[in-house]
Design a protein around this ligand. Structure first.
Ligand SMILES: Nc1ncnc2c1ncn2[C@@H]1O[C@H](COP(=O)(O)OP(=O)(O)OP(=O)(O)O)[C@@H](O)[C@H]1O
Length: 261
Protein backbone atom coordinates (compact mmCIF):
# COMPACT_ATOMS: atom_id res chain seq x y z
CA UNK A 1 0.00 0.00 0.00
CA UNK A 2 1.12 3.54 -0.75
CA UNK A 3 0.08 5.99 1.95
CA UNK A 4 0.49 9.77 1.79
CA UNK A 5 -0.18 11.52 5.10
CA UNK A 6 -0.19 15.33 5.13
CA UNK A 7 2.43 15.39 2.37
CA UNK A 8 3.75 18.73 1.14
CA UNK A 9 6.33 19.38 -1.52
CA UNK A 10 7.95 22.75 -2.03
CA UNK A 11 10.73 23.01 -4.60
CA UNK A 12 13.96 24.89 -3.86
CA UNK A 13 12.68 27.91 -5.81
CA UNK A 14 9.73 28.21 -3.41
CA UNK A 15 7.05 26.66 -5.67
CA UNK A 16 4.63 24.56 -3.66
CA UNK A 17 3.72 21.63 -5.92
CA UNK A 18 1.87 19.46 -3.38
CA UNK A 19 -0.23 20.77 -0.56
CA UNK A 20 -1.36 18.50 2.26
CA UNK A 21 -1.88 15.30 0.27
CA UNK A 22 -3.66 12.45 2.04
CA UNK A 23 -4.14 9.32 -0.02
CA UNK A 24 -3.87 5.59 0.25
CA UNK A 25 -3.51 3.32 -2.74
CA UNK A 26 -3.96 -0.42 -2.28
CA UNK A 27 -1.86 -3.07 -4.00
CA UNK A 28 -3.26 -3.83 -7.45
CA UNK A 29 -5.16 -0.59 -8.04
CA UNK A 30 -5.10 1.17 -11.42
CA UNK A 31 -5.08 4.88 -10.64
CA UNK A 32 -5.06 7.75 -13.11
CA UNK A 33 -3.94 11.17 -11.90
CA UNK A 34 -5.51 13.98 -13.89
CA UNK A 35 -5.43 17.77 -13.77
CA UNK A 36 -4.20 20.86 -15.57
CA UNK A 37 -0.60 21.30 -16.60
CA UNK A 38 1.38 22.38 -13.54
CA UNK A 39 -1.20 20.98 -11.10
CA UNK A 40 1.38 18.69 -9.46
CA UNK A 41 0.69 15.31 -11.13
CA UNK A 42 4.31 14.48 -11.99
CA UNK A 43 5.52 15.65 -8.61
CA UNK A 44 2.98 13.39 -6.89
CA UNK A 45 4.07 10.36 -8.89
CA UNK A 46 7.79 11.07 -8.61
CA UNK A 47 7.69 11.41 -4.83
CA UNK A 48 6.60 7.76 -4.61
CA UNK A 49 9.96 6.43 -5.85
CA UNK A 50 11.99 9.26 -4.34
CA UNK A 51 12.80 10.91 -7.67
CA UNK A 52 11.63 13.93 -5.68
CA UNK A 53 11.85 14.26 -1.91
CA UNK A 54 8.81 15.37 0.02
CA UNK A 55 9.20 18.47 2.20
CA UNK A 56 6.75 17.51 4.92
CA UNK A 57 4.44 14.74 6.07
CA UNK A 58 4.92 11.02 5.58
CA UNK A 59 4.93 8.80 2.52
CA UNK A 60 4.89 5.07 3.23
CA UNK A 61 5.26 2.36 0.58
CA UNK A 62 4.36 -1.02 2.04
CA UNK A 63 5.24 0.31 5.47
CA UNK A 64 8.61 1.73 4.38
CA UNK A 65 9.03 5.38 5.30
CA UNK A 66 10.45 6.61 2.00
CA UNK A 67 11.98 9.79 3.46
CA UNK A 68 14.22 7.70 5.72
CA UNK A 69 15.84 5.71 2.90
CA UNK A 70 19.45 6.51 2.05
CA UNK A 71 21.88 5.68 -0.80
CA UNK A 72 21.85 1.95 -1.42
CA UNK A 73 18.47 1.56 0.30
CA UNK A 74 16.92 3.97 -2.20
CA UNK A 75 18.35 1.99 -5.11
CA UNK A 76 17.06 -1.28 -3.66
CA UNK A 77 13.65 0.28 -2.94
CA UNK A 78 13.40 1.53 -6.54
CA UNK A 79 13.90 -1.98 -7.88
CA UNK A 80 10.33 -2.73 -6.80
CA UNK A 81 8.93 0.31 -8.56
CA UNK A 82 8.97 0.48 -12.34
CA UNK A 83 8.95 3.87 -14.03
CA UNK A 84 7.64 4.56 -17.51
CA UNK A 85 8.22 7.92 -19.18
CA UNK A 86 6.67 9.69 -22.14
CA UNK A 87 10.01 9.54 -23.97
CA UNK A 88 10.55 5.75 -23.47
CA UNK A 89 14.18 6.22 -22.26
CA UNK A 90 15.62 3.35 -24.29
CA UNK A 91 19.05 2.84 -25.83
CA UNK A 92 17.85 3.14 -29.40
CA UNK A 93 20.98 1.70 -31.04
CA UNK A 94 20.75 -1.51 -29.00
CA UNK A 95 18.46 -4.45 -29.63
CA UNK A 96 15.13 -4.82 -27.88
CA UNK A 97 16.31 -7.75 -25.76
CA UNK A 98 19.43 -5.91 -24.65
CA UNK A 99 17.30 -3.00 -23.51
CA UNK A 100 15.26 -5.38 -21.40
CA UNK A 101 18.30 -7.24 -20.06
CA UNK A 102 19.75 -3.95 -18.84
CA UNK A 103 17.05 -3.85 -16.16
CA UNK A 104 18.58 -6.98 -14.60
CA UNK A 105 22.09 -5.52 -14.29
CA UNK A 106 21.74 -3.99 -10.79
CA UNK A 107 20.90 -7.43 -9.36
CA UNK A 108 23.79 -9.21 -11.09
CA UNK A 109 26.98 -10.32 -9.36
CA UNK A 110 30.11 -8.31 -10.17
CA UNK A 111 31.60 -10.88 -12.59
CA UNK A 112 28.46 -10.70 -14.69
CA UNK A 113 28.35 -6.94 -14.66
CA UNK A 114 31.98 -6.82 -15.77
CA UNK A 115 31.65 -9.45 -18.50
CA UNK A 116 28.15 -8.44 -19.58
CA UNK A 117 27.29 -12.12 -20.03
CA UNK A 118 23.68 -12.92 -19.27
CA UNK A 119 22.55 -16.34 -18.10
CA UNK A 120 20.01 -18.49 -19.91
CA UNK A 121 17.48 -17.78 -17.15
CA UNK A 122 17.97 -14.03 -17.47
CA UNK A 123 17.45 -14.21 -21.22
CA UNK A 124 14.32 -16.30 -20.71
CA UNK A 125 13.02 -13.74 -18.23
CA UNK A 126 13.60 -10.94 -20.73
CA UNK A 127 11.87 -12.90 -23.51
CA UNK A 128 8.96 -13.69 -21.20
CA UNK A 129 8.55 -9.95 -20.46
CA UNK A 130 8.54 -9.21 -24.19
CA UNK A 131 5.91 -11.88 -24.72
CA UNK A 132 3.68 -10.27 -22.08
CA UNK A 133 3.57 -7.06 -24.09
CA UNK A 134 3.19 -8.80 -27.44
CA UNK A 135 6.55 -7.98 -29.05
CA UNK A 136 8.48 -11.19 -28.64
CA UNK A 137 9.01 -11.27 -32.41
CA UNK A 138 10.98 -8.00 -32.18
CA UNK A 139 13.47 -9.28 -29.56
CA UNK A 140 16.50 -9.06 -31.85
CA UNK A 141 15.52 -5.92 -33.73
CA UNK A 142 17.24 -2.60 -32.99
CA UNK A 143 15.01 -0.25 -31.03
CA UNK A 144 15.41 2.57 -33.57
CA UNK A 145 13.60 0.38 -36.09
CA UNK A 146 10.44 0.23 -33.98
CA UNK A 147 7.39 2.48 -33.90
CA UNK A 148 6.69 4.69 -30.87
CA UNK A 149 4.08 2.26 -29.55
CA UNK A 150 6.45 -0.67 -29.89
CA UNK A 151 9.17 1.31 -28.11
CA UNK A 152 6.84 2.07 -25.21
CA UNK A 153 6.13 -1.66 -25.00
CA UNK A 154 9.86 -2.36 -24.80
CA UNK A 155 10.00 0.11 -21.92
CA UNK A 156 7.14 -1.76 -20.27
CA UNK A 157 8.86 -5.11 -20.80
CA UNK A 158 12.07 -3.70 -19.30
CA UNK A 159 10.09 -2.67 -16.24
CA UNK A 160 8.31 -6.04 -16.03
CA UNK A 161 11.60 -7.94 -16.12
CA UNK A 162 12.52 -6.36 -12.80
CA UNK A 163 9.32 -7.89 -11.27
CA UNK A 164 7.92 -4.67 -9.83
CA UNK A 165 5.03 -4.34 -7.37
CA UNK A 166 4.22 -0.86 -8.63
CA UNK A 167 4.50 0.82 -12.01
CA UNK A 168 4.57 4.61 -12.10
CA UNK A 169 3.81 6.01 -15.54
CA UNK A 170 4.40 9.67 -16.30
CA UNK A 171 2.33 10.51 -19.41
CA UNK A 172 3.15 7.19 -21.10
CA UNK A 173 0.90 7.75 -24.12
CA UNK A 174 1.44 11.48 -24.65
CA UNK A 175 3.55 10.99 -27.77
CA UNK A 176 1.49 8.19 -29.32
CA UNK A 177 -1.31 8.35 -31.88
CA UNK A 178 -4.78 7.47 -30.50
CA UNK A 179 -4.85 3.90 -31.84
CA UNK A 180 -1.37 3.03 -30.58
CA UNK A 181 -2.12 4.78 -27.29
CA UNK A 182 -5.00 2.38 -26.69
CA UNK A 183 -2.86 -0.66 -27.47
CA UNK A 184 -0.31 0.48 -24.90
CA UNK A 185 -3.11 1.15 -22.40
CA UNK A 186 -4.39 -2.40 -23.05
CA UNK A 187 -0.94 -3.65 -22.02
CA UNK A 188 -1.02 -1.62 -18.82
CA UNK A 189 -4.48 -2.95 -18.02
CA UNK A 190 -3.53 -6.56 -18.69
CA UNK A 191 -0.38 -6.27 -16.59
CA UNK A 192 -2.38 -4.64 -13.79
CA UNK A 193 -5.08 -7.31 -13.80
CA UNK A 194 -3.05 -10.45 -14.49
CA UNK A 195 -0.06 -9.64 -12.31
CA UNK A 196 -1.73 -7.52 -9.62
CA UNK A 197 0.86 -4.78 -10.19
CA UNK A 198 -0.35 -1.36 -9.04
CA UNK A 199 -0.38 1.20 -11.84
CA UNK A 200 -0.29 4.90 -11.02
CA UNK A 201 -0.43 6.97 -14.14
CA UNK A 202 -0.26 10.68 -14.84
CA UNK A 203 -2.30 11.23 -17.98
CA UNK A 204 -3.65 14.14 -20.01
CA UNK A 205 -6.18 12.15 -22.04
CA UNK A 206 -9.24 12.22 -19.81
CA UNK A 207 -11.44 9.84 -21.84
CA UNK A 208 -8.70 7.24 -21.89
CA UNK A 209 -8.13 7.70 -18.14
CA UNK A 210 -11.83 7.10 -17.50
CA UNK A 211 -11.92 4.09 -19.79
CA UNK A 212 -8.93 2.27 -18.28
CA UNK A 213 -8.41 3.37 -14.70
CA UNK A 214 -10.50 2.09 -11.79
CA UNK A 215 -9.80 5.14 -9.71
CA UNK A 216 -9.33 8.77 -10.67
CA UNK A 217 -7.43 11.29 -8.60
CA UNK A 218 -7.97 14.89 -9.64
CA UNK A 219 -5.27 17.38 -8.69
CA UNK A 220 -5.68 21.14 -8.78
CA UNK A 221 -2.95 23.52 -7.64
CA UNK A 222 -1.22 20.83 -5.64
CA UNK A 223 -4.33 19.58 -3.86
CA UNK A 224 -6.45 16.46 -4.31
CA UNK A 225 -9.84 17.85 -5.33
CA UNK A 226 -11.39 14.56 -6.46
CA UNK A 227 -10.75 10.94 -5.53
CA UNK A 228 -13.26 8.39 -6.71
CA UNK A 229 -14.26 5.70 -9.19
CA UNK A 230 -14.01 6.49 -12.89
CA UNK A 231 -17.81 5.99 -13.15
CA UNK A 232 -18.33 8.86 -10.72
CA UNK A 233 -16.52 11.40 -12.88
CA UNK A 234 -19.20 13.66 -14.28
CA UNK A 235 -18.83 16.78 -16.42
CA UNK A 236 -19.14 18.87 -13.28
CA UNK A 237 -16.38 16.93 -11.57
CA UNK A 238 -14.11 17.49 -14.57
CA UNK A 239 -14.97 21.15 -14.67
CA UNK A 240 -14.03 21.37 -10.98
CA UNK A 241 -10.73 19.51 -11.42
CA UNK A 242 -9.78 21.60 -14.44
CA UNK A 243 -11.12 24.86 -13.03
CA UNK A 244 -13.39 25.24 -16.06
CA UNK A 245 -10.46 24.91 -18.48
CA UNK A 246 -11.22 21.45 -19.88
CA UNK A 247 -11.06 22.55 -23.49
CA UNK A 248 -7.74 24.30 -23.04
CA UNK A 249 -6.40 21.17 -21.32
CA UNK A 250 -7.56 18.95 -24.21
CA UNK A 251 -6.03 21.31 -26.76
CA UNK A 252 -2.76 21.36 -24.85
CA UNK A 253 -2.67 17.54 -24.69
CA UNK A 254 -3.17 17.38 -28.46
CA UNK A 255 -0.54 20.06 -29.01
CA UNK A 256 2.00 18.15 -26.89
CA UNK A 257 1.32 14.96 -28.80
CA UNK A 258 1.83 16.73 -32.12
CA UNK A 259 5.00 18.37 -30.86
CA UNK A 260 6.54 15.09 -29.71
CA UNK A 261 5.49 13.02 -32.76
N1 LIG B 1 12.25 20.89 -10.48
C1 LIG B 1 11.36 21.87 -10.21
N2 LIG B 1 11.75 23.01 -9.63
C2 LIG B 1 10.86 23.97 -9.36
N3 LIG B 1 9.54 23.91 -9.62
C3 LIG B 1 9.10 22.80 -10.20
C4 LIG B 1 9.98 21.71 -10.54
N4 LIG B 1 9.24 20.73 -11.12
C5 LIG B 1 7.97 21.18 -11.15
N5 LIG B 1 7.88 22.41 -10.61
C6 LIG B 1 6.66 23.21 -10.42
O1 LIG B 1 5.79 22.48 -9.58
C7 LIG B 1 4.44 22.61 -10.03
C8 LIG B 1 3.88 21.23 -10.34
O2 LIG B 1 4.61 20.70 -11.45
P1 LIG B 1 4.35 19.24 -12.02
O3 LIG B 1 5.37 18.98 -13.08
O4 LIG B 1 4.25 18.29 -10.89
O5 LIG B 1 2.91 19.42 -12.67
P2 LIG B 1 2.12 18.49 -13.68
O6 LIG B 1 0.70 18.51 -13.23
O7 LIG B 1 2.77 17.18 -13.79
O8 LIG B 1 2.27 19.31 -15.02
P3 LIG B 1 2.38 18.77 -16.55
O9 LIG B 1 1.08 18.12 -16.81
O10 LIG B 1 2.60 20.01 -17.33
O11 LIG B 1 3.55 17.83 -16.58
C9 LIG B 1 4.47 23.56 -11.24
O12 LIG B 1 4.22 24.86 -10.79
C10 LIG B 1 5.92 23.44 -11.72
O13 LIG B 1 6.32 24.62 -12.36
Amino acid sequence: MIAFTNVNKTYANGTTALNNINLSIEQGEFVAVIGLSGAGKSTLIRCINRMHDISDGQLLVDGVDTAKLKGKQIRRFRRRIGMIFQSFNLVTRATVINNVLVSLVPDMPLWQRVTGIFTRNQKLKALEALEKVGILDKAFVRVDQLSGGQQQRVALARTLAQSPDIILADEPIASLDPVTAKLVMDDFKRINQDMNISVIMNIHHVEIALEYADRIIGIRQGEVVFDGRAAEVTKDVLSYIYGGKMEEAAASAEERARHVR
